[in-house]
Write a protein that binds this ligand. Structure first.
Ligand code: NCD
Length: 311
């Protein structure tokens, strides 16, 4: 298969074949990350700009390490140190960066649709590193890679995702991705954190964590996105944790070999207890590890994939 997308803006418009191809490509890059000298010349001469308008630890670092391991020149721009604080618009900022001829802009922004907006206006490639409450494609892909590694095949699995669904871009990309790959997706959260019409995306919706995680093969816990909530949506964190927190006791309802996932950052004692976050079923740091390989694959494919080798 040949797959050379101009942009990666979301999972919604990817086919099953394209998703599997990205995962297979990521698999082949995993080995580079364990070598003593973790560098291949694949993207030598390419310039990649990490343009982050929102806080990030994992995603920004992961794209940066991915680009550097492929020998690209990486430049990091964060909102607080950019001219956005001086009143420049997103489009002007992007055109000014593009005037310096980067090959790829990796962007995170608080507005849903910001990456699509730029992709329509710029000549270089755009990769979405999380836009508002819309999509976070590289996260869903690294989640799929992690599930695949533990369970072999995603088809036929039951995946429960719980937490602040309304404000989560991770959940939206994961629903698209897991549905396409043939998993059954069960969503749980308090009514105030579940958007209306969620079922239409192809998932079961529960207002009770226990119902969602019973017999699940994978459980994905989400952080409460307080920075995106206009008003308080829960009576107290203690109460939230009592009804929607994953702990040693309710985890027993899932399959015995269920894996526990979290995109990070985790809020210990809120959506997940420390003993589960550090417990033997957790694969949270494997997700982080797979993130580098998935982002290497995305940077490689957007740059031309196998075609690069002919140059
Ligand atoms: C997520 C995000 O930013 O959407 N984090 C991440 O990229 N790993 C989830 C979150 O912030 O809760």
């Amino acid at each position: 298969m040949f797959f050379n997308p101009k942009h990666i803006l979301g999972i919604k418009n990817l086919t099953v074949e394209e998703i599997n191809f990205i995962l297979d490509t990521a698999e082949s890059f995993k080995e580079v990350n364990t070598r003593q000298i973790k560098k291949v010349p694949t993207l030598r001469g390419k310039t990649i700009v990490n343009l982050f308008f929102e806080a990030s630890t994992r995603t920004r670092t992961s794209f940066e390490i991915a680009g550097k391991r492929l020998s690209a020149d990486m430049v990091n721009i964060s909102a607080s140190s950019s001219s956005v604080v001086k009143g420049e618009t997103l489009e002007d900022t992007a055109h000014n960066i593009e005037a310096m001829h980067p090959d790829i802009i990796v962007m995170r922004h608080s507005a849903s649709g910001a990456c699509d907006y730029l992709a329509e206006r710029l000549k270089c490639s755009v990769i979405n590193a999380g836009d508002g409450t819309h999509e976070h494609p590289s996260q869903a892909l690294l989640d799929a890679l992690t599930i695949r590694q533990h369970k072999g095949e995603i088809k036929g699995l039951t995946v429960a995702i719980a937490g602040d669904v309304t404000h989560s871009r991770v959940v939206r990309s994961n629903i698209y991705c897991l549905n396409k790959l043939g998993a059954k997706v069960k969503i749980a959260g308090p009514r105030t954190m579940l958007p209306p019409g969620l079922e239409k995306l192809g998932c079961e919706v529960h207002h009770n964590l226990k119902a969602a995680i019973t017999d699940a093969d994978c459980i994905m816990m989400l952080r409460i996105q307080r920075e995106r909530q206009g008003k308080t949506l829960i009576p107290s964190l203690r109460e939230y944790s009592r009804f929607f927190g994953l702990n040693d006791s309710n985890l027993q309802l899932a399959k015995e070999d269920a894996i526990v996932m979290h995109p990070g950052p985790i809020n210990r004692g809120v959506e997940i207890s420390s003993s589960v976050a550090d417990g033997k079923q957790n694969v949270i740091l494997e997700q982080v590890e797979n993130g580098v390989a998935v982002r290497m694959a995305l940077l490689y494919l957007v740059s031309g994939g196998e075609k690069l080798q002919d140059n």
